[in-house]
Design a protein around this ligand. Structure first.
Ligand SMILES: Cc1cc2nc3c(=O)[nH]c(=O)nc-3n(C[C@H](O)[C@H](O)[C@H](O)COP(=O)(O)OP(=O)(O)OC[C@H]3O[C@@H](n4cnc5c(N)ncnc54)[C@H](O)[C@@H]3O)c2cc1C
Length: 400
């Protein structure tokens, strides 16, 4: 253990998009901000890289135009195509045009470098303990000794399995369902799926979350929860002919759920949780835009708290409620039916179908939703939707 303890204003754990957004705000405000990342940068991140228009606007406004290296081919995505077991398909373009197809390894690294804060990679968060008004954070450099820092604030921007969150709430991982998400990469023999779109299957026999899209000359076939042989299904039903999966398939655990039922985790005292660690995930698993926005709000809350000497948690919770509204609205059946919470026009695409197909789609969506019955989210979603209707916001009492 090193004897000298360096003091900084803020430690951000994780060098991802939420971290970049938070660090940009804090560094611009003149606060000494240190980002620690367990992997070597630029680091790989399992992700389709489909960015929503809102995420794209955030990046342009805060970091500027992206370098070519930060994009996969095809470099842009036009929107999303939904496929149903009844063989009806519907494509929806993003509002405002195409968005970039991010290569997370380089896009995240570019955003982190652009934020101006100091970054230490290959440095893992190990633990933290309160010391007066500060936190004593212990990290470990890869293959090296533990290093300690004293800081006034900690931000956990460390993704779904968040060690910062687990340090605050050790039992939390046992309290939520976890999903395994994996993707395989296939060379393409023939693929009639339009490569300008992200393709998603509402098919209960294929898994809880099933997608495919083109990337760098190959086709990704992904599934959240392994059920059914998706590659064979794509061949039989869509004429997609792929070679056997290449060896570089990958997977990870996902905390899909908290944003559906308004059960976010925002931290304790001077420790904030943000990004996907806090539970932010938009529909179709788009998590980058809410990671960016929630990260920026975490940074702004700390600045407000430091400048006006106000208690941090109430400030953060008040400020983050706008992002909660945007994210949870996407899952709210009343909003889906009567407002337009998404960034592509699902109701218009549905109404453009012949009546017979519309009915098939609604039936297929219902059958797909039944796949989630075991998580008993239906009643909670309805209760939160009604609370949103009554108050205009989602109540914060359910947040940790
Ligand atoms: C298969 C898949 C496909 C996806 N596709 C899309 C998509 O197309 N579009 C989209 O918007 N979202 C997608 N997502 C979701 C998206 O990747 C996440 O929502 C988003 O990356 C969350 O960002 P974040 O900044 O909160 O954290 P993350 O991107 O998860 O980053 C967390 C960082 O913390 C670091 N870290 C973890 N533990 C420690 C530690 N102990 N010490 C130091 N550092 C640590 C990690 O190494 C990582 O760099 C996908 C996710 C998966 C799994």
């Amino acid at each position: 253990m090193s004897n000298t303890i360096r003091t900084v204003d803020i430690i951000i754990v994780g060098a991802s998009l939420a971290a970049a957004a938070a660090a940009k705000r804090l560094h611009d405000a003149g606060l000494e901000t240190l980002i620690i990342e367990k992997q070597e940068l630029p680091r790989h991140k399992i992700c389709s890289g489909i960015l929503s228009p809102r995420g794209h606007r955030f990046i342009l406004e805060n970091f500027g135009p992206m370098p070519q290296q930060a994009l996969h081919a095809p470099t842009a995505c036009r929107g999303v195509t939904f496929h149903f077991p009844s063989m009806v398909s519907m494509s929806m373009d993003f509002f405002g045009g195409t968005t970039p197809h991010l290569h997370r390894k380089y896009a995240d690294h570019w955003a982190i470098k652009s934020c101006g804060a100091e970054v230490q990679d290959q440095a893992s968060f190990i633990r933290m303990q309160p010391q007066g008004d500060d936190q004593l954070v212990t990290t470990r450099k890869k293959g090296g000794a533990e290093v300690q820092y004293k800081c006034r604030y900690v931000i956990g921007a460390d993704g779904p399995s968040s060690p910062v969150l687990r340090a605050l709430y050790p039992d939390y991982p046992q309290q939520i369902p976890w999903f395994f998400v994996g993707q395989k990469f296939h060379e393409i023999i023939d693929c009639p799926l339009d490569d300008e779109y992200f393709h998603f299957w509402f098919h209960p026999a294929l898994g809880h979350y099933t997608w495919s899209h083109a990337r760098d000359g190959r086709q990704i076939v992904g599934v959240g929860f392994k059920r059914g042989d998706i590659a064979n299904y794509l061949q039989d039903k869509h004429g997609v002919r792929l070679k056997p999966a290449d060896k570089d398939h990958e997977g990870c655990a996902e905390n899909f759920g908290p944003s559906l039922i308004n059960r976010y985790v925002f931290g304790k005292g001077n420790v904030l949780i943000t990004g996907q660690a806090a539970g932010f995930l938009n529909m179709i698993g788009e998590g980058m835009s809410c990671a960016l926005h929630s990260g920026a709000i975490a940074g702004e809350a700390i600045i407000e708290s430091a400048i006006h000497n106000r208690e941090l948690q109430p400030l953060y919770r008040a400020m983050i409620s706008t992002e909660v509204r945007r994210t949870t609205d996407q899952w709210n059946p009343l909003k889906i039916a009567f407002a337009r919470p998404h960034e592509a026009d699902f109701p218009a695409a549905l109404m453009a179908l012949p009546l017979k197909d519309r009915l098939k789609v609604l039936r297929d969506i219902w059958r797909f939703a039944c796949l989630y019955k075991e998580f008993k989210w239906g009643r909670e979603i309805m209760r939160e939707s009604i609370a949103r209707l009554r108050h205009g916001y989602y109540p914060g009492e359910r947040w940790l």
